[in-house]
Design a binder for this molecule. Structure first.
Ligand SMILES: *[C@@H]1O[C@H](CO)[C@@H](O)[C@H](O)[C@H]1NC(C)=O
Ligand SMILES: *[C@@H]1O[C@H](CO)[C@@H](O)[C@H](O)[C@H]1NC(C)=O
Ligand SMILES: *[C@@H]1O[C@H](CO)[C@@H](O)[C@H](O)[C@H]1NC(C)=O
Ligand SMILES: *[C@@H]1O[C@H](CO)[C@@H](O)[C@H](O)[C@H]1NC(C)=O
Ligand SMILES: *[C@@H]1O[C@H](CO)[C@@H](O)[C@H](O)[C@H]1NC(C)=O
Ligand SMILES: *[C@@H]1O[C@H](CO)[C@@H](O)[C@H](O)[C@H]1NC(C)=O
Ligand SMILES: *[C@@H]1O[C@H](CO)[C@@H](O)[C@H](O)[C@H]1NC(C)=O
Ligand SMILES: *[C@@H]1O[C@H](CO)[C@@H](O)[C@H](O)[C@H]1NC(C)=O
Ligand SMILES: *[C@@H]1O[C@H](CO)[C@@H](O)[C@H](O)[C@H]1NC(C)=O
Ligand SMILES: *[C@@H]1O[C@H](CO)[C@@H](O)[C@H](O)[C@H]1NC(C)=O
Ligand SMILES: *[C@@H]1O[C@H](CO)[C@@H](O)[C@H](O)[C@H]1NC(C)=O
Length: 834
C-alpha cells in the first residue's frame, strides 16, 4: 500500500511538472523573453493565429529580414519589417531576436553584435517580454503589465509600408517637442524593403492633412480635415466597409481606419513602383487581395496639377484645367498646349485692395481647398468674421470654413497664390476667392453655368451703392430677358388658400408664347406624362425647353406645384436646371434649360445613333446619373424620390453630360421618411420596382431598381420593355441574369461596342445593375454604395436572383391596364392599384 502511495505521489508530481512544462512550453510560442529568443526558422504567432513574426527573404533576394506577416493567407504578405535598412547576410550570420540585458528588443548576430534594436532602455531585462498581438502589433512590455496597454515599445509606432486597422498614422508632441511621428515609407521594390524616399504622413502643421512625399517633392495632399472628411476625399463617414477616425488636439494628431466588420481582412500599403497608396481587401473566394482604393485617384489628384489659381475640372472627362473666375492663363500658349504648370494670374480687372466697391468674394462650391502651407486659422471664428478678417488684409486672397459641419464654422485664410485646387462633385467645400467686383456681377448674371455662385460683398463697406448698382443691373437684365415680370423673389399664388414663396424668376405668358411660336407643333419636342414639351428661343437668343401642363389634367396641378417647389431648391450638374416658371390663369408652364442632344433613349435604342455612344461616354453617363440620383436621395436638403427614372428622362447636354429631368412625380420625403405609400401609381412599366408596381409602395430603393434597369439598358443598348431573347419569356433583366449565372456576363454588352470597352468597368456595372434589380428592396444597394462601387471603391456581394416582371405577374389586371397606357413610353398616372 505504502509503496503504491509513494508511486502515486511520484506520478502525480510528474504529471504536475509535465503540465507545468507543457504550459510554459505553450507560452514560449506566444512570447519572447531574455531566455527564449526567436531564431531563424522559428516563428512567434499571435494568440488567434492571424499574424506571425519571423525571418524571411523577399522575392529572390538572399537577404534575411525580421518581419510580420499574415499567417493564414496563402500569399505571403509582409506588413512590417524591422531591419529594412540593415539586411542580414545569410551566408555569414545566423541571427536571433531577443531581449538584451538592458531590456531592449534586439536582433543580434552570432557574435552578439546588434543588427537592429527597438531602442528601449527603461526597464530591467528580467521583467521584459515581447509578444505579437492579434492586431499585428509586436509589443514589448513589463511582464507584470502583460494584459495592459502599457507598452515599452510597439511596432505600430514604427510602421513600415503598411497601415493595418487600428494603427495610428500621425504625430504626438510633448512639452519637449516632437515625441513621435508615425508615417509609412514605401519599399524600394517588391524584393527590396529598404526605405524609398516615398512616404505618406500627416503634416506637422496647425492645419494637418495627409500628404505623399517623393523625397522633398509633394505628390499628393488630401486637404485638411473639415469635420466630415479630408477636403479632397469623398465622405468617409458613410463608407460601406470602413470607418475612419481623425483626431487632432493639442497633443497629437492621427488618422486610423477600421473595417466595419472585424472579420474583413484589409491593409493599406504605399507602393513606390506605382507612386500610389493602395487599399486592399482579402477575398476568400478568389484567394487574392482585391484592390479597393488607389490614391492619387487620377491625374487631377496630383499636387498642383493646374498651377496657381487654376483648378482641375471634371475628373470623369479628363484632367483638364481651368482658371478660376477672374483669372486667366499666365501663358495662353502653354495653357493651350495643356502645359498647366505656370497656372493663372488675375485678369485685367484685378481687384484693388479695400478700395470702395472694387473687390468682393466669389464663392466656389465643391472645391478641394488650396494648399494651407502659408494659411492662418482660427477654429472659433464665424464665416462672417472670417470674411472681414480676409477683407482687411490686402494679401489675403481667399477664405473658407475650417469645419463644414452644420452651417460651417472656423476660419482659414489664404495668402498669395492659391495652389492645388480641384473641383470635386462629391467632396470639397465652399471657398471664397477675392476678385474684382465686376466679376461678381458678371457671374450673377451668367446663364446656364453649372457653378453656384453667391454674392458676398464685404459688409464693412457701406455697400449700399454697390448693391444698388448690382440690383439695378440684375433687374434690368431680368426685365429684358424675361419680358416684364421678373424679380428674384416672388410671391406666387399657386393655390387659392396658400401662398408659397418661390425663389424662381417668373416669366410672363406672352414671352413664352412668343418664344415657342405660340406652342406650334413644330416646336414640340416630346410628350411627357403631364403634358407636352416645347423648344423655345427667348428674345436674347437663349434656348429654353417649356413644359406645358395639360389644361385637362386636373390631377396634374399637385405635381406641378411639387415640381416648382423642388426645382427651385435643387441644383446639381446632373439635374436639368429650371430657369423659371409661369402661371397664368389656366396655364402652368415650367421653363428649363434646353438640351441640344435630346434624351438618352434617342441614342441608346437607335442602331445608328448608338454607335456614337462609346464606352467612356456610357460609363460617364452612368456615373452622372448615379451622382444626380444620389443628390436627390441623400445630399440635397430634401430627400427626393424621382419615381419615374427612365432613358427618356435623361437629357444630354452638348458634352453628352447626362441630366435627370422631370421631377414632376417626385415626392418630398421629409427627414427620416424614406418609404411611403401612395394611392396613386405613377411610373413607367419596365422601370418600376415590383413592390411599387404591385403594392404602390415606393422608397429610394424603387428608384435604385429603376436605375438598375436603366444601367442594364445603357450596357446592352436594349430596352427592358419590349426586349425578347430567343423566346418571349426572357426580358432584359432575365437575360442579364442568365448570362451572369453562366459566367459569360460580357455577352451582355452592346455588340456595337466591339471590344472597345473596359472589361473591369463593364463587369462592375453589370454586377451593380443586377444588385439594383434584386427583388427585396433591402437587398438593393443605396446610391452612395453604388457610387463607391462605380469608382471600384468596394467589393459587392453576389446579387440574388431577381424576379422577372413579365406580363404574367399576380396583379395581372392592374398591370395589364398599365401596359396599355404605357405603350409609347408615356408616363402613367392616376392609376389606383387594387
Ligand atoms: C554576404 O557574405 C558573402 C560572404 O562573405 C559575400 O560574398 C556577399 O557579398 C555578402 N552579401 C551581401 C549582400 O553583403
Ligand atoms: C561580429 O561579426 C561581424 C560579421 O559577422 C564582424 O564584422 C564584426 O567585426 C564582429 N564583431 C566582433 C566584436 O567580433
Ligand atoms: C537607436 O538609438 C541610437 C542612438 O540614439 C540611434 O543611432 C539609432 O538609429 C536608433 N535605432 C533605431 C532603430 O531607432
Ligand atoms: C507595387 O505594385 C506593383 C504593381 O501592382 C507590384 O508588382 C509590386 O509588387 C508592388 N510593390 C510592392 C512593394 O508591393
Ligand atoms: C533620398 O533623398 C536623399 C536626399 O533627398 C538622397 O540623398 C537619397 O539618396 C535618396 N534615397 C533614395 C533611395 O533615393
Ligand atoms: C520621385 O523622385 C525621383 C528621384 O528624384 C524621380 O526620379 C521620380 O521621377 C519622382 N517620381 C515622381 C512620381 O515624381
Ligand atoms: C462579418 O463577415 C462575416 C464573413 O463575411 C459574416 O459571416 C458576418 O455575418 C459579418 N458580420 C456582420 C456583423 O456583418
Ligand atoms: C511647361 O512650361 C514650362 C514653362 O514654360 C516649361 O519649363 C516646361 O518645360 C513645360 N513643360 C512641358 C512638359 O512642356
Ligand atoms: C511652404 O512654402 C514655402 C514657400 O513656398 C516652402 O519653402 C516650404 O517648404 C513650404 N513648406 C511646406 C511644409 O510645404
Ligand atoms: C479666434 O477668434 C475668436 C472669436 O473671434 C477670438 O475670440 C479669438 O481671440 C481668436 N483667436 C486667435 C488666436 O486669433
Ligand atoms: C496680413 O497677413 C499676413 C500673413 O498672415 C501678415 O504677415 C500681415 O502682417 C497681415 N497684414 C495686416 C495689415 O494685417
Amino acid at each position: 500500500m505504502q509503496l503504491n502511495n509513494a508511486k502515486m505521489a511520484i506520478l502525480l508530481t510528474m504529471l504536475v511538472i509535465f503540465i507545468l512544462l507543457f504550459l510554459s512550453c505553450d507560452s514560449t510560442t506566444l512570447t519572447i523573453t531574455q531566455f527564449q529568443p526567436l531564431s531563424d526558422g522559428t516563428t512567434l504567432v499571435s494568440k488567434d493565429g492571424t499574424f506571425e513574426v519571423g525571418f524571411f527573404s523577399p522575392g529572390s533576394s538572399t537577404n534575411r529580414y525580421l518581419g510580420i506577416w499574415f499567417k493564414n493567407i496563402p500569399i505571403k504578405t509582409v506588413v512590417w519589417v524591422a531591419n529594412h535598412d540593415n539586411p542580414i547576410n545569410t551566408t555569414t550570420t545566423p541571427t536571433k531576436l531577443t531581449i538584451t540585458k538592458e531590456g531592449n528588443l534586439a536582433l543580434l548576430n552570432k557574435n552578439n553584435s546588434v543588427i537592429w534594436s527597438a531602442n528601449t532602455t527603461t526597464a530591467k531585462a528580467t521583467n521584459v517580454v515581447a509578444q505579437l498581438l492579434d492586431t499585428g502589433n509586436l509589443v514589448l512590455q513589463d511582464e507584470k503589465e502583460i494584459n495592459s496597454q502599457n507598452y515599452l515599445w510597439q511596432s505600430f509606432d514604427h510602421p513600415s509600408d503598411t497601415i493595418l486597422p487600428g494603427m495610428k498614422i500621425g504625430w504626438k508632441v510633448t512639452t519637449k517637442g516632437l515625441h513621435l511621428n508615425r508615417y509609412i515609407t514605401a519599399w524600394n521594390n517588391w524584393e527590396d524593403p529598404s526605405s524609398a524616399n516615398f512616404t505618406y504622413s500627416v503634416s506637422r502643421s496647425n492645419i494637418p492633412e495627409l500628404q505623399q512625399w517623393n523625397g522633398s517633392t509633394m505628390l499628393y495632399r488630401s486637404g485638411p480635415w473639415n469635420g466630415i472628411r479630408f477636403s479632397a476625399t469623398p465622405s468617409l463617414k458613410h463608407h460601406p466597409l470602413f470607418t475612419y477616425n481623425f483626431v487632432y488636439d493639442t497633443e497629437e494628431c492621427y488618422f486610423q481606419f477600421y473595417p466595419r466588420n472585424s472579420s474583413l481582412i484589409s491593409r493599406i500599403v504605399l507602393n513606390r513602383t506605382l507612386y500610389a497608396l493602395q487599399r486592399f481587401i482579402w477575398v476568400e473566394e478568389s484567394n487574392k487581395w482585391e484592390l479597393s482604393l488607389t490614391v492619387p485617384r487620377d491625374g487631377c489628384d496630383g499636387y498642383n496639377h493646374c498651377g496657381s489659381f487654376g483648378y482641375c475640372g471634371s475628373a470623369t472627362v479628363s484632367s483638364m484645367c481651368e482658371c478660376l473666375r477672374g483669372f486667366e492663363p499666365k501663358s495662353p500658349q502653354n495653357w493651350g498646349a495643356k502645359n498647366w504648370s505656370e497656372g493663372c494670374v488675375p485678369n485685367s480687372k484685378s481687384w484693388r485692395c479695400k478700395e470702395k466697391n472694387k473687390d468682393g468674394f466669389v464663392k466656389f462650391s465643391n472645391m478641394k481647398v488650396p494648399d494651407t502651407n502659408t494659411s492662418w486659422i482660427n477654429r472659433s471664428m464665424t464665416l462672417e468674421e472670417c470674411k472681414e478678417k480676409c477683407w482687411e488684409n490686402c494679401s489675403c486672397t481667399a477664405y473658407g470654413s475650417s469645419d463644414i459641419l452644420g452651417k460651417g464654422n472656423g476660419c482659414i485664410l489664404w495668402f498669395g497664390d492659391l495652389l492645388d485646387l480641384r473641383l470635386l462633385p462629391d467632396a470639397g467645400q465652399d471657398l471664397y476667392v477675392r476678385v474684382h467686383i465686376t466679376e461678381i456681377m458678371a457671374n450673377q448674371n451668367e446663364k446656364g453655368g453649372s457653378r453656384k455662385v453667391a454674392i458676398v460683398v464685404p459688409c464693412i463697406v457701406s455697400s449700399v451703392i454697390a448693391m444698388i448698382v448690382i440690383f439695378s443691373f440684375v433687374y434690368w437684365r431680368t426685365k429684358t430677358k424675361f419680358g416684364g415680370k421678373g424679380i428674384f423673389k416672388t410671391k406666387v399664388k399657386i393655390n387659392e388658400s396658400k401662398e408659397e414663396e418661390i425663389e424662381l424668376p417668373l416669366f410672363d405668358f406672352d414671352t413664352i408664347a412668343c418664344a415657342t411660336n405660340h406652342f406650334s407643333s413644330d416646336n414640340k419636342v416630346s410628350q411627357g406624362g403631364f403634358g407636352p414639351v416645347y423648344k423655345g428661343t427667348l428674345l436674347d437668343g437663349q434656348e429654353i425647353a417649356v413644359k406645358r401642363l395639360s389644361h385637362t389634367s386636373a390631377q396634374g396641378l399637385t405635381e406641378f406645384k411639387n415640381e416648382v417647389n423642388f426645382c427651385s431648391k435643387l441644383q446639381h450638374r446632373n439635374l436639368v436646371k429650371v430657369l423659371g416658371c409661369c402661371i397664368d390663369e389656366q396655364e402652368k408652364l415650367l421653363i428649363y434649360e434646353y438640351m441640344s442632344n435630346k434624351s438618352l433613349d434617342f441614342f441608346l435604342f437607335d442602331s445608328s445613333q448608338s454607335k456614337l455612344l462609346d464606352w467612356p461616354m456610357r460609363f460617364s453617363i452612368i456615373n452622372g446619373i448615379a451622382r444626380g440620383l444620389l443628390y436627390l436621395h441623400q445630399d440635397s436638403r430634401l430627400r427626393i424620390i424621382h419615381r419615374d427614372l427612365k432613358a427618356s428622362n435623361i437629357l444630354l447636354d452638348n458634352d453628352m453630360n447626362p441630366k435627370i429631368s422631370d421631377f414632376g412625380l417626385a415626392r418630398m420625403c421629409r427627414g427620416e421618411q424614406i418609404e411611403g405609400n401612395t394611392r396613386r401609381i405613377v411610373g413607367t412599366y419596365g422601370y418600376m420596382a415590383p413592390e411599387y408596381a404591385i403594392d404602390g409602395v415606393f422608397s429610394i430603393k424603387s428608384d435604385v431598381y429603376s436605375f438598375g434597369v436603366l444601367l442594364l439598358e445603357v450596357l446592352s443598348g436594349k430596352k427592358n420593355k419590349g426586349f425578347s431573347y430567343s423566346n418571349n419569356s426572357y426580358n432584359l433583366i432575365a437575360h442579364a441574369w442568365r448570362l451572369w449565372k453562366e459566367c459569360i456576363p460580357m455577352e451582355f454588352i452592346d455588340t456595337c461596342l466591339g471590344d472597345s470597352y473596359t472589361q473591369s468597368e463593364a463587369l462592375q456595372c453589370i454586377h451593380i445593375g443586377l444588385s439594383c434589380v434584386q427583388h427585396q428592396p433591402d437587398d438593393r444597394p443605396n446610391m452612395r454604395s453604388i457610387i463607391a462601387m462605380l469608382t471600384s471603391e468596394s467589393v459587392l456581394p453576389q446579387p440574388k436572383e431577381p424576379i422577372f416582371l413579365t406580363e404574367n405577374v399576380s396583379a395581372e389586371d392592374d398591370l395589364g391596364q398599365m401596359v396599355n397606357y404605357s405603350t409609347n413610353e408615356v408616363t402613367m398616372s392616376g392609376m389606383e392599384p387594387r
